[in-house]
Write a protein that binds this ligand. Structure first.
Ligand code: NAD
Length: 429
């Protein structure tokens, strides 16, 4: 694993923003408005623990921008959560909803806690406490939360129940990522991974490469990676390596098979956190390499789909000359130093906030279904998802071609221009 203690995601998000703001000549007031969240809430959540003592957890919500519609973004439970991570992620959500042209803004929330060490009752109390602290400042028409790192459908349901208790009504559109049958959408589980592959499919068309002739290496084997592998394999591609975190050894490993990993078999030996059983993988004939080696594989496509800050100035030097596409399933996997090299080497980048926008797009579909209380079939959801992702990809790609822009810059130009236009049209600047 590549780690860098001085890595600050908010600085990186601002650096990316400043670069494009200058590129499009954004005026000073709009720049000032968009380079920080419009609103952020910091609060304490007292929770009576199972042993009777009260522990105070720290919670956050940032609403980066809501000019195009209600803020939208997940809530993370993480022991190393920081306000700067939440700020950065809220900003990236604004660009993500804008680049796929959803009528939504960007938000993010978090609680500093480690669910591994909390009972379900304690987790429920944190969820309810988080909502109580912020219930007046979020809601279906202002800010709509969702699951994120270490939060799931059950957490969303507790939060919805608390919100409805406070406001006295049924508001399923308050939150997304709910269980199917309780206001959730079919297709949400697949949405992010499939979305990544819809964009890869379009990139391969652009490069005139047959997916069947391609190979890929992936960092991560969780929700995003698993469904990306499923669809990419259906298109005829071959995944030769995946990398994931080993909880027991507290390190990561790359699992490699030259003739292609077998998804179903690997899933049978994977825990719910996306960790593969090393010994069983060895029995199945996988070569076990260092965690970092996913990036060194001689493949056509690299898909970082685990954590941030992985494709760096250092690791990019190890990327094979064969690599033609980097599709960012994870949020913030690539640093600006690595971007410079990717651009110079003419590798086709599908930036995070475009590549992994399938998740929020499906969350938007969930909001629409919840608000109308009418639920669609899975095929309808996935069909609409494909249309949205493909349309967004084509718009970005046309800008790449017509203005000879780097892929990440082109996606930013579209997203930032849309948000800047909205704040201008509203008369905010
Ligand atoms: P997940 O928790 O289901 O899986 C994460 C995977 O990454 C696991 O396989 C884990 O073992 C692996 N991992 C963790 N640290 C690692 C390391 N150092 N080296 C190698 N592997 C490591 O998470 P997910 O939902 O698949 O999300 C993955 C990324 O995609 C995150 O950056 C997330 O923010 C982003 N994302 C997810 C969604 C979504 O809908 N799930 C949407 C948009 C973006």
């Amino acid at each position: 694993m590549s780690t860098n203690n001085s890595f600050n995601p908010f600085r990186m998000a601002q650096e990316q923003f400043d670069h494009v703001a200058d590129l499009i000549g954004l005026d000073q007031s709009t720049k000032e408005l968009l380079r920080v969240p419009m609103r952020e809430y910091h609060f304490s959540i007292p929770v009576k623990m199972d042993d009777g003592h009260v522990k105070v957890f720290r919670g956050y919500r940032c609403q980066h921008n809501d000019a195009r519609g209600p803020a939208k973004g997940g809530i993370r439970f993480h022991p190393q959560e920081t306000i700067d991570t939440v700020r950065a992620l809220s900003m990236w959500m604004t660009w993500k909803t804008a680049v796929v042209n959803l009528p939504l803004g960007g938000g993010k929330g978090g609680v500093i806690c480690d669910p591994h060490n909390l009972s379900m009752r304690e987790q429920e109390q944190i969820c309810r406490g988080w909502v109580r602290q912020i219930a007046k400042n979020i809601g279906p028409v202002s800010d709509v939360p969702a699951p994120d790192v270490m939060t799931n459908a059950q957490h969303m349901l507790w939060m919805m129940d608390e919100f409805e208790t406070i406001h006295g009504g049924r508001y399923p559109g308050f939150i997304t990522g709910k269980p199917v049958g309780m206001g959730g959408s079919l297709g949400r589980t697949e949405a992010t991974g499939y979305g990544v592959v819809y964009t890869i499919r379009e990139a391969l068309k652009e490069l005139k490469i047959d997916p069947k002739s391609t190979t890929a290496s992936i960092q991560g084997f969780g929700n995003v990676a698993q469904y990306a592998i499923e669809l990419y394999t259906q298109l005829g591609g071959t995944v030769i390596a995946v990398s994931c975190w080993d909880q027991k050894d507290q390190t990561s490993y790359t699992y490699k098979k030259n003739d292609g990993i077998e998804l179903k078999g690997l899933l049978e030996i994977t825990d719910r956190f996306g960790g593969i059983d090393k010994n069983k993988a060895q029995d199945l004939g996988y070569e076990i390499l260092d965690g970092d080696q996913w990036i060194e594989q001689e493949v056509d496509i690299l898909i970082p789909a685990a954590i941030e800050n992985q494709v760096t100035g250092e690791t990019i030097q190890k990327v094979s000359k064969k690599v033609k596409i980097i599709a960012e399933g994870a949020n913030g996997p690539t640093t600006p130093e690595a971007d410079a090299v990717i651009n110079e080497r003419n590798i086709f980048i599908i930036p995070d906030f475009l590549a992994n926008a399938g998740g929020v797009t499906c969350s938007y579909f969930e909001q629409v279904q919840s608000n109308t209380n009418y639920f669609w079939e899975k095929e309808e959801v996935l069909g609409k998802l494909d249309t949205k992702m493909t349309t967004a990809f084509i718009a970005v790609n046309e800008l790449v071609r017509s203005k000879n822009l780097y892929g990440r810059d082109a996606a930013y130009v579209i997203a930032i221009s849309r948000v800047a236009q909205a704040v201008k049209d509203r008369g905010w600047v």
